[in-house]
Ligand binder design. Structure first.
Ligand SMILES: [Zn+2]
Length: 261
């Protein structure tokens, strides 16, 4: 799954205040999840990275300190991106890619946000060619971040939410294949045909036996008597008393009586 990321330019980022150092992907070994802090975030969209930018610039940083920010709609915004050193967790800013999910306090992350974060993690592993360690901010620094819900999610292995999975198209359920077959017109009293064997088996199975000498390909007198018994008990399919000719409709009805569907 490829991830789509809203670039700094697209969300209206200000120029960097100074120049964050470049970090090659080969130095990345960890993936850190953060939240916004003690207060819930009740908005989504470009306001999210813009608010973080304001706060981080006010701290004298170069701009948004996270590599990426994800809002509750599951939209991913570029901060330091894949190539620049972050400012999100002391001693882990080179090794760690820092991602903020924009919630705070006891706020629960949405499935969309978690799905986006997981997709971003998978993309990070793909780009670096290694399995990055899954971490919450508090794994690298004494802090409440990323809060109860996100930390539990990180510890559970950052599972993609079930809701997101069920949105994938399901494979179509195969229709049951009917076992009912048509009567070959060559199957009639006195004839020899391989379907006669099947007719005899159906007659016996449905309770119109016995058929002496069965099973054969020959539609002989024994078979005809069994067919006549079927017709006498199911007059709707006969064309005369003791009808020895099964007929197409009778053959289908016989299969159903033998339990075929
Ligand atoms: Zn944090």
């Amino acid at each position: 799954m490829s991830v789509s990321i809203v670039s700094r330019k697209s969300w209206g980022a200000k120029p960097w205040n100074g120049a964050p150092a470049a970090v090659p992907l080969s130095k990345r070994t960890e993936f850190f999840i953060h939240y916004d802090g003690g207060n819930p975030i009740n908005y989504t969209g470009v306001k999210v990275p813009q608010a973080i930018q304001r706060s981080h610039l006010a701290q004298g940083w170069a701009g948004v300190g996270y590599n990426f920010v994800i809002d509750q709609d599951g939209t991913i915004y570029e901060g330091r991106g894949w190539t620049l050193q972050g400012a999100h967790c002391p001693e882990h800013n080179v090794s760690g890619i820092g991602v903020q999910i924009a919630i705070g306090g006891d706020q629960k992350p949405s499935d969309k946000a978690l799905a986006a974060a997981r997709a971003l993690y998978d993309e990070a592993c793909r780009k670096t060619g290694r399995t990055l360690a899954k971490k919450g901010h508090k794994d690298g620094f004494a802090t409440a971040c990323p809060g109860k819900h996100l930390y539990e999610w990180v510890k559970a292995g950052m599972p993609a939410p079930k809701g997101a999975e069920s949105e994938k198209p399901k494979p179509p359920t195969p229709k049951p294949v009917s076992k009912i077959v048509a009567l070959n017109p060559a199957v009639k009293p006195g004839a020899t045909h391989k379907q006669v064997r099947e007719l005899q088996q159906l007659l016996v199975k449905a309770g119109y036996g016995p058929i002496k000498g069965a099973y054969t390909d020959f539609y002989g007198p024994e078979t005809q008597r069994a067919v006549a018994r079927f017709h006498d008990r199911n007059p709707a399919y006969r064309s005369g008393l003791h009808d020895p000719k099964i007929g197409p409709k009778g053959f289908v009805a016989l299969q159903k009586k033998a339990g075929h569907r």
